[in-house]
Design a protein around this ligand. Sequence first.
Ligand SMILES: *Cc1c(COP(=O)(O)O)cnc(C)c1O
Length: 371
Amino acid sequence: MIQAAPVHPQTTAVHAGRPPRDPDAPLNTPAVFASTYVAGGDVGYGRYGNPTWSAVESIVGELEGGRALAFGSGMAAISAAVELVRPDATVVLPRHCYLGVRALLEQRASSGTKVRLVDVADTTEVLDAAEGADLVWLETPTNPTMEVADLVAISSRLAGSPATVVVDNTFATPLLQQPLGLGADVVVHSATKFFSGHSDAVLGVVVVRADDEDRRTRLDTLRRLRGAVPGTMEAYLVARGLRTLGVRLERAQANAGALAAWLHDHPAVDRVHYPGLPDDPGHAVAARQMAGFGSLLSIDLGSAERADALVAAARLWVHATSLGGVESTFERRRRWAGELPSVPEGLIRLSVGIEHVEDLRADLEQAFDQL
Ligand SMILES: *Cc1c(COP(=O)(O)O)cnc(C)c1O
């Protein structure tokens, strides 16, 4: 991007990754549907590269302050990041995190991968577990309980150690948190969520530091050989979605903050997990390392029956998994067989959208009235 002065990430999201401003050039990188290219260039074949993926990579790379590679899904990106360490690696993993990562590492147990589960909010526990580890996987805030890891405290202590520090930044997005700048080695994203923003595409991204040619090359090779490449249409949708990330997030986050405060004092709710609440255990660290507290929260209604009844009674809120779309969605997490027993049966994760907050509150209120 050509610019006179450093700009805010909201502006980067709008302007990065566009074609050069030549007369009659389109403002947007076109959706290039191509399985092959005329020989003699840098790309050559559709599994090796695509201008529409490159647009996504430029935008996300600039936002995260590194170099990005797009993959076919968040899990494809995560699989590639995990493959950066040897098969018999020791991996530190948050007790609560995206379930797919845990399942992936369990599959690798037969290759010798060992997992040490930690409470990411407990920096001492993370650092103790990181002793002799090859990979420290962090997610912050975590899914679905919104625990906050202290990225600076953890990364600074592990700098110079052999452990690779990877942060799944899906929940925060680079508008709120930039882990490479806080000391992490690698960032992964499910672009399916906030980047797309409209629940219409599946895509993933891995980002490494700008000077980390070694990891970038290895990830590129993995993408070529495993073939976990994004589709052109998905890349186009994600590039388009990223343009409005700033305003979507601002509105969704304001809604989430208002709802969290209201739910915190609601008699039907046992507990609210949202780092934006002053009495949340993650509040101080989140306030230090994030530019906002995001638009995800979870509430505990005390029992599976009450939680199931609430999601069934809503009219506006959609009962669905996934998150980060313009529409508000929620689900009881323990409805998934793989979700951990340490996640309460009555816990509902809410992904707050961009609707009018009064309508979101009124719909929850009428649903609470039916309990
Ligand atoms: C959804 C999600 C993933 C997986 O991404 P997909 O695009 O579904 O493959 C990974 N991490 C987090 C935090 C997620 O929410």
